[in-house]
Design a protein around this ligand. Sequence first.
Ligand code: GRF
Length: 208
Amino acid sequence: MLKLAVLVSGGGSNLQAIIDQIEQKKLPGVTIEVVISNVAGAYALERAKQHNIPAETVLKKDYVNRELFEEALLDRINHYQPDLIVLAGCLLILPERIVKQYHNRIINIHPSLIPAFCGSGYYGLKVHEAVLARGVKVTGATVHFVDEGTDTGPIILQKAVKVEDGDTAEILQRRVMEQAEWELLPEAVRLIAEKRVVLENNIVRIMN
Ligand code: GRF
């Protein structure tokens, strides 16, 4: 069994990719215990509800300070006792206490080939805008473990996606989602469920 807590902030297309693969029996033993959003009304929450998955919001504005917000977020995650936390379109920089408690049990999908176009300020469409501005011919997506940094954890899977002439950031984002993100994230979950992801000196090896 691999119990997931999926953290979201937006549309939830990456969450949907995991839900779909579970429902298509392609992720045996994997369950989504909860979807937690730091943004009220995120469509990802609607997707969870449509599939009878517990959906919660933990909003910074509901707490008098960041410390209490972080404590509440950790408390809600712990309530479901996940084996793995999946950041799926989550725009929250995870509090250090969560990263420490779930060391090497948190993964994130980033819409570029890390270490390119990542780190502070590189999220959502901004990533693809920077890719187009630099004129690179190949971009892609990366699934990585989350450490104390931003997009700096050990890389698990990557997939390249061509940048086409005439691409806008929106067109490119959609292609990267369709051709890379929605494939890589469920694949990483499956590999972890099968205990085939090994970390040696901060380098990931996928066992056969
Ligand atoms: C995607 O570009 C994803 O790579 C990034 O957030 C964006 C929205 O993802 N992390 P989603 O549709 O909310 O899964």
